[in-house]
Ligand binder design. Sequence first.
Ligand code: 4NP
Length: 149
Amino acid sequence: MKILMVCLGNICRSPLAEGIMQHLADEQGLNWEIDSAGTGDWHIGQGPDRRSVCTAREHGIDISKQVCRLFRVSDFDTFDHILVMDKNNLSNVLAMARNDEDVKKVRLLLTDNKIVPDPYHDDAQFEPVYKLIEDGCREFIKNYLNHDS
Ligand code: 4NP
């Protein structure tokens, strides 16, 4: 299965989400490929924000080699699920959907309409954001194992 994690800059939240989901899926022996992208183009070609790299490293996950890229329409063809961090990302991605099939692939990572807030302007938010993303990824895998596998 292929899953794309999406946020705005693709340097803070979605790189963490890519690293965490890949790590947890590997732990479960799931043959999943995780990638990430952003809906904004400011940081294309750059590595993740150093605060995300450090936070992931503290949890034993290396995201330092990821490279920022823009979300593209062909991602709807490549990926089975497109998991976004907040409602801004959701509307940006849905605005590029071509049909119902594309729309059905897109959802917030967290359940119950909860969002993963942008930590870019607050160093103290990186650890809580990590935990939120980890919870969302664990829940996604649990649901998959209970219903789809
Ligand atoms: P992210 O955070 O969407 O979690 O990667 C952001 C990073 C950079 C910017 C916005 C959000 N920016 O405006 O440069």
